[in-house]
Design a protein around this ligand. Sequence first.
Ligand SMILES: [Zn+2]
Length: 157
Amino acid sequence: MQQNIVKYEYLDKTLTIYQLKAFAMKTNFICPKCRGYLNVDNKVIFTVKKKGWSGGIVKLSPELGDYAITHHPSFKFDDGDHFEFHCPICNYDLTLDGADKLAKVILHEEDGKEYFVVFSKIKGERCTYKISEKQVEESYGDHAGRNMDLLSATFFR
Ligand SMILES: [Zn+2]
């Protein structure tokens, strides 16, 4: 915990030790293009668009495998809808090269290690992958089996 205390000295001193622990344990989600932070207040923020809809902002859970999504009540999302996910900072299209239905962001863990997190852009398709340089380290969701070949072909050629 000593390391956490050191970090604390650079932050707002009104943080309690409890809040500090929560902060220090956090992982960050980062845009692969601009390296801006996509996580705010324990949610991961994206702008999304789909055909015939100019788009909006959604908040996803930072817990891999938690498919809770928050958005404006006027948004109508149906299972099977194919969304485009963009970085809300630089507007970069987060589509994974070679896999149109998947999106990719960087996961920066507290120990400094970085991974890619890949998830489906299709509403209702529950699959999330944590990927290192070498392999799919972890996979989540009922449909995680669907894209393993695609991921191998994309990441580990
Ligand atoms: Zn960006």
